[in-house]
Design a protein around this ligand. Sequence first.
Ligand code: ADP
Ligand code: MG
Length: 727
Amino acid sequence: MAKNRFSALQELTKRTPLNVEHTEKLTSVFGDNVFTRNKMRQYLSVEAFKKLEDVMSDNGSFDNNLADQVASAMKAWAVEKGATHYTHWFQPLNGATAEKHDSFISLTKDGSVIDSFDGKMLIQQEPDASSFPSGGIRNTFEARGYTAWDPGSPAFISNGTLCIPTVFVAYTGEALDYKTPMLKALAMVDKAAVDVCQYFDKDVKKVISTLGWEQEYFLVDDALFNARPDLRLCGRTLMGHQSAKDQQLEDHYFGAIPRRVRAFMIDLEYECYKLGIPVKTRHNEVAPNQFEVAPVFEEANLAVDHNQLLMSTMKRVARNHHFNMLLHEKPFKGINGSGKHNNWSLMTDTGVNLLSPGKNPKSNMQFLVFLVAATKAVMEHETLLKAGIVSLGNETRLGGDEAPPVIMSVFLGQQLAGIFDEIEKKVSTKKMTPDEKTELKLNVGRIPEIILDNTDRNRTSPFAFTGNRFELRAVGSSANCGEPMTILNAAVAEQLVLFKKEVDALIEKGVKKDEAIFQILRKFIIESKKIRFEGNGYGDEWKKEAFKRGLSTVSDCVEALKGYVTPKARKLFVDNGIFSERELEARFEIKNEMYFKKMEIESRILGDLALNHIIPTAISYQNTLIKNVKGLKEIMPDVYANVADVQMQAIKEISEHVKAIKTLTDEMTDVREKSNDIKDMIKRAEAYSKDVRPYLSSIREHIDTLELMVDDEMWPLPKYRELLFSR
Ligand code: ADP
Ligand code: MG
């Protein structure tokens, strides 16, 4: 094994950046592999295209005839582009994307082969659902699941296969994926937001949710990656002493992009453009070998699909460049981990960003309503939002002075917070005087200047207003954004519905519309005051303060997951048809199951490495020390004890660490076995979190100390300094 690290390091010296030359103009490749509207128009009859457009904007229904026509158009286009297979592409709850490829060929009666793809194959498939997480929904005797076409996200070609974005549901109708509930939440926020917009603009007929994600990731050279079983199997290092130099000098962030990495990025961007993913920004991140890619924002459903597609494309392209891409939230101890900021807003079909201050008091009132609704949504559902972003990986990142704290709060910026305070103070249930009203409106009207002058940013807030959108910063780098998007949009929709209900009630009582809106704004501002925090989210004072305010300060993943099934969360989901009770329970169970299954893998790999790699290496080195001491004794018997005291001390310490590693590993195995006896998934996750997790760090501590003691020539696993600075 020792050879692996050194042959890997040797391989590294031979690396040169790949030659990447893409001479085509960007605009000519963009969307090349996507069945875009333009292509639909080209391949469909005028009438069929019109009908399909209606379906895509939720105004029409799909009949068999239309399905056949669309399928045949898609196939014609795909085959022309060299595709040989098709697949329904979906997002099961294991976090990956799934595809099962079928060839277009079909046999005719006379035995000849033709290309075939009809409406039925486009609209629905029945993959065996038994190998995907279902949280007990799917019985093995009824293993079928359905995938059904999502016309809101265009088909695309990837690796010679026509991919059709679909939802994935159980035979009995329950959702088994991320997309199904998100589409429901997006429809819910559409309706709620359109209703509220009517106070301000009767022309608004549709509101979409927008999402711009920022994907962080690490690159590790292939050869080194392959010499680390922990990276290969868990996506993170389970051991490794900190590199003497890592991110202290802050010299990586926004620094010059290394040549090999640049070549990878250029290739990645090219692949993304062909797939219609509008990536725009690339830069180095804070930690060495950490980078970020971000697109222009899109409609949330499409943006989520594009992020899933990006993650798999990145892995593939990275491999061509002899890199492995790490999406884990905390691949290396002691340096920054990776997240995925979700920039979120709402936009009307009249082209107005509802979280962007307008040009006059009226549009600014509208802006304030949406700002307040979002703030209150976080207030009401802080524990649910947290449940939606925690995972075994993210647990190690959140709250670590580099990532948002595990306490949910909303940052508005001083000026907007000031406006909230003013509304709270000046508006009352008593009728406002005309002067008061004018002044308030004037101030509301001044919002855009205020914000332009005041681009203050608070990097420590998990949910920060950044001028024309909110940035949900707590999402993990490997997460499917569909989950936080489902929760956030549903929670905001719920507040918008409530807002309208209360304003309408006042109007009914004879209060004027403007005044009614101000009054309910004030009510919402007061009710959501607790969640607003403008200060340093990393500080200890905030933890104390948040606790005093009664906000959830839970940082443990398994505890935080319980936010999924509180009465409030159930009410939001079940009453609005986002999840049924059964679906919610299933999801909750899957989350817990994923947690302990992943930890079980980590714990077993750590055990293997400890016993088979680390202890034998430590003993080998100890033997050379023993030999040395014996030799010294032989040549200078009188003074050897004095001369060899460093070696003697090391021999003793190595024995202590070896013993501790062995004892702790044995204990960990016992504890794991005991935990595995627990039948209830939630209780088992609790046991893993409480009993198994501590061993992962205590064993590691001894190993990391040994790494510093043992001869570098003998250490079997690539070290942090090698993993982080080879590129
Ligand atoms: P920063 O690192 O300063 O936060 P980036 O440029 O890395 O900014 O990313 C900002 C992201 O926010 C981009 O994906 C951008 O498209 C997105 N964004 C901008 N406006 C909106 C909006 N109205 N809705 C959703 N996302 C938005
Ligand atoms: Mg950024």
